[in-house]
Ligand binder design. Sequence first.
Ligand code: C5P
Length: 265
Amino acid sequence: MRVWGVLTAAGSGSRLGAEVPKALVSCGGRTLLGLALERLLAVRDLTGVVVTCPEGLEGLFQETAAAELGPRELVSVTFVAGGASRQASVKAGLEQIRDRRNLLREETGESFVEDEDGEVLDIVLVHDAARCLAPTSLMEDLVEAVESGAEGVLPGLPVVDTVKQIYIDDSGRQIVTHTPDRGLLRLAQTPQAFNFDRLLDLHLFAEGRAASEATAATDDAALLEEAGGTVEVIEGSPEAFKVTTPLDLERLAAALGEPEAGLPT
Ligand code: C5P
């Protein structure tokens, strides 16, 4: 088995009010990028990681990660430009992995057909730098689930609030249509794990949607669901919370034992 990672980090950070891309926002000297990458690189059987960056900032992201983790940690990491949506960024990352895998195949003469007869199975973890404290153990649990035969697996948290489905009427009022049973709702986190070839096929098939965030899938599992595949949920982790607002940055600082969160100077 071989494990690959796509770390999406091409977001702008506008909801954080930051002047730098969100992944470079720092907390006690650690960036979201460095924290997330460190945890991903510690996954067992990891072969390589692709980080998607805002276009033109690939070099800056690489330098930042190298300064934080040490250049030797980055030998298996490549930095590529992301796309117009998260979905487009993930596709760019998967294509980079496909190219690296083809190179490996040429170098080693190894077969890459995944089957039950001991051939190499490639598993990909798709993760967001914004969920920078998601633990390595969670990532390994997801990989194990795919290794055991799951098509796609994600961490999910139970929903404590009552959730309302709404529609917006002609005058802009939000009208409730129904109240789903919250016992059957889960908040989806990342990383999410898949058979690499299956996920790449899904992204190639759905690329028409990726041109804008308005039409793009907001996670990878959605592409598998829509194709009729089975997505399993394992217990999520409170540490895999997403840093979106300044309040989340305070939560991050508290989790790291830092008195104050800040933006890089
Ligand atoms: O914007 P949001 O927080 O939902 O983004 C989720 C993740 O996707 C973030 O880690 C962000 O950096 C990444 N992203 C990306 N390419 C985009 C938009 C977001 O890699 N075009």
